[in-house]
Design a protein around this ligand. Structure first.
Ligand code: SF4
Length: 222
C-alpha cells in the first residue's frame, strides 16, 4: 500500500472507531471496572488474581484477603500457605500467591508500600506486565491507558481495528486510532462489550449496537 493509500485507510478506520466509540458510550455511559477495590494496592492485587479467572470469582476472595492483610507491608510478611488457602479458588493459586507476596515485598522495600503511578516502575514489580500496569494507570491513577485483555484482543480483531494477536501491538494500533483522552474509556467499553455481548463462542450479533460497523465475516445476521 502506498503511504497515501495507507493514511486514507487509517483515517477511515479512525472515523469508524469514532462511530463505534460513541455508540458504545450510549449503551455504557460509565464503563465500570468490575474488580472491587478501595485503593491502588487492592486493585493491583485483584488484577494479578484475575489472570485466567473471572472478576466475580476474584471479588469473592479479596474481602477475606484484604481483611487479613490490609496493606502491602502486611502481605509482604505473609506465610505463603496461608495466602494460597485464601486465593485457592482463583486458579493457579501457588503462582499467584508467590507473585502477590513478592509484589508486596517490592512495594514495601522500594516504594514505601505505595503503588507507583508510572508504566516504567509498574512493570518492574513481580507479576506485573503491561496489561496489569495499564489497569492501574487507567483505573487507579486516571492516566490514559489501553488495557488489552483477551476480550479487547478478540473484539479489536473482529472489528478490523488490528490484525495482530500480540497485545503490545494491539495496544499500539488502538493508541494510534484514538486520542489519549479516550484510551481508558474506549478500551474498557470494548472489554465489557467482549465480555457480555461479543463473546468468543456465541457473539450476540442480533443485539449488537455496533453491528453496522462490524466487518467480521462470521458475524451473525441482525
Ligand atoms: S456484530 Fe457480532 S461480531 Fe461484530 S462486534 Fe457485534 S457482537 Fe461482535
Amino acid at each position: 500500500m502506498t503511504p497515501t493509500a495507507s493514511s486514507a485507510a487509517d483515517r477511515r478506520k479512525r472515523q469508524r472507531l469514532g462511530k463505534i466509540a460513541s455508540l458504545l458510550q450510549k449503551v455504557m455511559p460509565s464503563p465500570a471496572m468490575e474488580l472491587n477495590h478501595r485503593s491502588p494496592w487492592e486493585l493491583l492485587v485483584a488484577t494479578i488474581l484475575s489472570a485466567q479467572c473471572t472478576d466475580e470469582r476474584v471479588n469473592r476472595v479479596t474481602p477475606a484477603l484484604f481483611n487479613r492483610y490490609p496493606t502491602a507491608a502486611d502481605l509482604a510478611k505473609a506465610r505463603i500457605s496461608d495466602v494460597e488457602q485464601l486465593i485457592r479458588s482463583t486458579g493457579f493459586f501457588k503462582h499467584k500467591a508467590k507473585n502477590i507476596i513478592a509484589c508486596s515485598q517490592t512495594l514495601t522495600e522500594r516504594f514505601h508500600g505505595e503503588v507507583p503511578p508510572s508504566m516504567d516502575e509498574l512493570v518492574t514489580l513481580p507479576g506485573v506486565g503491561r496489561k496489569t500496569a495499564n489497569v492501574l494507570l487507567g483505573h487507579a491513577f486516571e492516566k490514559p491507558a489501553i488495557v488489552v485483555d483477551t476480550h479487547v484482543k478478540r473484539v479489536a480483531n473482529r472489528l478490523g481495528l488490528t490484525t495482530s494477536d500480540n497485545p503490545d501491538t494491539i495496544e499500539t494500533d488502538l493508541q494510534q486510532l484514538l486520542p489519549p483522552s479516550q484510551w481508558t474509556s474506549v478500551s474498557q467499553r470494548l472489554l465489557l462489550h467482549g465480555r457480555y455481548l461479543c463473546t468468543a463462542r456465541a457473539p450476540q450479533c442480533n443485539r449488537c449496537p455496533i453491528h453496522i460497523h462490524c466487518p467480521w465475516k462470521e458475524k451473525g445476521a441482525r
